[in-house]
Write a protein that binds this ligand. Structure first.
Ligand code: ATP
Ligand code: MG
Length: 402
C-alpha cells in the first residue's frame, strides 16, 4: 500500500492547487528555454506546498524526462560531474527533452559543503537543459550567485480552503464519509503544509470509512502533548542556556499549563537537592511575574518568565542527568478540576436551600449545610423527606451523605 502523499501526488499541473502563477511562469520558462536569459529556476516556498511536485507534474505533462539529483550526489565534484555530465551528454532513448531537478538545496548550504553549490552554479552555464532547484530558504548567502543566475519562483503558502479541497477530493476517492468541520479543523491545523494534512488524514482514517470532528481534536491534543514533552527534554536535558531558551517557542499552550508541567516533572528529573532548589527558585520567580502580568497587565514581564522557566531551569543544575525520565502531565489540573466540581455541587445544593428558606446561599453554606450533612449521614428517613422537598438529585444527596 502506497502512502497517500504518493498515491495522490499530482500527475499533471491540473492537480497542483493554489500555485497557478508559479506553474505558468515555470511552464513558459521551460517551453521557451532556448530564449531564456536565466538558465536555471529556483522554486522556493514552505514545506509541503508543491516545490517537488511541480517539476514532476510539469515534466510529465510536457513529455520531458526528469533527472533528479540529490544533495548526496554533491559530496564531491567528480560525483556531480559524472551524474549530471552523463545525463547531459546522453541523448534520451526516444530523444525526449530533459529537465534536471536539484531538490532541496538547503542541505547544500550547511557546514558540509564540499563545493556542491559552486559545482551546481558552474553547471548552469553549460547545461543544455533547464535546471530547476528547490529551496525552503533561498536567502542564504551561499546561494547569492545561484540566485542571480536563476528565475526566482515563489510558491504561496497554501491556505486552509485549498488544503480542505484537496483533502475532500482524497476522501471521495477513498470513499470516506467526512464531516466538513473535521476537514476544516484538520486543514487549519497544519499551517499550510499539505503533506502533513494528507498524512494526518491517512492516520485518522486508517481502518475507518469516516472522519469526524472529535478525532481531529484528539489529534491536536496529542500533538500538543508531544510538543510540550519535547520542550521539557530541551529544558531538562541541557545546561546550555542558548538551547534551552528556545524550548517554548513552538508551544501552543498557555503558560500556566506549561509551568504546571515543569512543576510536576522537575523533581523527577533533578535529583540533587541543590539543583532542585535553584530550579524551583526560578519557577517561583516566574510565577510571581505571571501574577503581576495578570493583575497589572505588565506584558513585558513575559520575557522574564520565558527566560526563567527555560534557560533559568536549564542552568540550575550542575550537570545533566543521564537517566531517561518519562514525563507525565500534571495531576494538579485534575485535582483543581475535581475540587471545583465538588464546590460546584455544594453551591448548587446551597442555592436550592436558599430559595426555599429565603436566605442567601452564602449564609446557607455557613449555617445550614453542616447540620444538613449530619442529618443525611444519620437519619435516612428525614433525609429522604428533605431531599424530596428541596428536589435534590441523586448526586447531590450523595454529596450530602459524605
Ligand atoms: N500545491 C499542491 N497541490 C496539490 N498537492 C500538493 C501541493 N503541494 C503539496 N501537495 C501534496 O503534498 C505532497 C508533498 O508535496 P511536495 O513534495 O511537493 O512538497 P514540498 O514543497 O517539496 O515540501 P518539502 O519542502 O518538504 O520538500 C505531495 O505528494 C502532494 O500530494
Ligand atoms: Mg520537496
Amino acid at each position: 500500500m502506497l502512502p497517500w502523499t504518493i498515491k495522490y501526488k499530482p500527475k499533471t499541473t491540473k492537480e497542483i492547487y493554489g500555485q497557478a502563477t508559479a506553474v505558468n511562469l515555470l511552464k513558459n520558462w521551460i517551453l521557451n528555454f532556448k530564449k531564456q536569459k536565466a538558465k536555471a529556476a529556483l522554486i522556493y516556498g514552505p514545506t509541503g506546498s508543491g516545490k517537488t511536485s511541480i517539476p514532476y507534474a510539469l515534466a510529465n505533462e510536457l513529455g520531458l524526462e526528469l533527472i533528479e539529483i540529490n544533495a548526496s550526489d554533491f559530496r564531491n565534484k567528480e560525483q556531480i560531474n559524472t551524474k549530471i555530465g552523463s545525463a547531459i551528454k546522453q541523448q534520451s532513448l526516444f530523444s525526449k527533452g530533459k529537465i534536471i531537478l536539484v531538490d532541496e538545496i538547503d542541505g547544500l548550504a550547511g557546514r558540509e559543503d564540499f563545493g556542491g553549490i559552486a559545482a551546481l552554479t558552474a553547471l548552469i552555464d553549460t547545461s543544455p537543459f533547464p535546471i530547476i532547484a528547490t529551496a525552503t530558504d533561498p536567502w542564504n548567502k551561499k546561494f547569492s550567485t545561484l540566485r542571480k543566475k536563476s528565475l526566482l519562483v515563489q510558491l504561496n503558502v497554501l491556505d486552509y480552503k485549498i488544503i480542505g479541497t484537496v483533502l475532500k477530493k482524497i476522501c471521495i476517492k477513498e470513499r470516506i464519509k467526512y464531516d466538513n468541520k473535521a476537514i476544516t479543523a484538520l486543514a487549519l491545523k497544519v499551517g499550510g503544509d499539505l503533506r502533513a494534512a494528507i498524512n494526518d488524514l491517512e492516520t485518522l482514517c486508517s481502518g475507518k470509512k469516516e472522519l469526524k470532528r472529535d478525532v481531529v481534536d484528539e489529534l491536536s491534543d496529542r500533538n500538543k502533548v508531544e510538543t510540550i514533552l519535547n520542550s521539557l527534554v530541551k529544558i531538562f536535558k541541557t545546561t546550555d542556556p542558548k538551547i534551552a531558551i528556545t524550548a517554548l517557542d513552538n508551544v501552543d499552550e498557555d503558560l500556566d499549563k506549561v509551568m504546571l508541567w515543569i512543576d510536576e516533572n522537575l523533581p523527577k528529573e533533578y535529583k540533587k537537592p541543590d539543583d532542585l532548589a535553584r530550579a524551583y527558585d526560578c519557577l517561583s520567580k516566574a510565577d510571581i511575574f505571571n501574577r503581576r502580568i495578570k493583575r497589572w497587565q505588565h506584558w513585558r514581564f513575559l520575557v522574564y518568565i520565558n527566560a526563567l522557566v527555560t534557560a533559568g531551569i536549564a542552568v540550575a543544575k550542575d550537570s545533566k542527568y543521564k537517566e531517561f525520565v518519562e514525563y507525565k502531565p500534571t495531576t494538579r489540573i485534575l485535582k483543581l478540576w475535581m475540587a471545583k466540581q465538588k464546590y460546584a455541587k455544594r453551591k448548587a445544593i446551597a442555592r436550592k436551600i436558599a430559595e426555599n428558606t429565603h436566605s442567601s446561599s452564602k449564609q446557607v453554606i455557613k449555617d445550614t449545610l453542616p447540620y444538613l450533612q449530619v442529618i443525611f449521614q444519620k437519619n435516612k428517613k428525614q433525609a429522604d423527606l428533605i431531599a424530596e422537598e428541596l428536589e435534590l438529585n441523586n448526586e447531590e444527596v450523595e454529596w450530602l451523605r459524605k
